[in-house]
Design a protein around this ligand. Sequence first.
Ligand code: GRF
Length: 200
Amino acid sequence: MIRIGVLVSGRGSNLQALLDACAAGRIDGRVVVVVSDQADAAGLERARQAGVEAIFLDPAAYETKNAYNAALAETLKVREVALVCLAGYMRLLKRPMLQAFAGQIMNVHPALLPSFKGLDAQRQALEYGVKVAGCTVHFVTEGMDEGPIILQAAVPVLEGDTEDSLSERILREEHRIYPEAVQLFAQGRLTCEGRRVRVG
Ligand code: GRF
């Protein structure tokens, strides 16, 4: 059973997918803490509903991003977290977090990386005119949306798709592959060889 910490900034539907998968035994792990940089993140409420400790860690209370990241790392370390899952967390992690949890941080991004990094990935994909879109679960490194890829899922872009309809189709796949990737980690089946993640 691995101890999982989840960072959220907003609605927390991926957090919910992880909570549900843990409850259903599809992940050999437990979400022990949810931390947000936003006091009113719906994800914090989802955590409380599930009986999971929910913490608002206010970035404004820290002088620097590094100091905030050190506090974040400390909050997770004292709870003996072995895997940190970013789930709609809207800040780039800095050194103190990346060093404290090297190889132990995952993120889900709503595009087939390395295409369409950053914000509004679904809109970027639609505007670019791709015929296939999707999502990526990857390990987190210093660069934004750049770490080694663990799992990806593709969805078609349909005639008449809007940003909302495409996002919804992608989100269903996020909710499927994020718990799957976390379970692979929990089972010790992921090894990184450079950029390539081998599933054993
Ligand atoms: C998801 O689309 C995720 O890929 C991106 O932010 C969104 C978060 O949604 N990183 P939610 O908060 O998990 O519902």
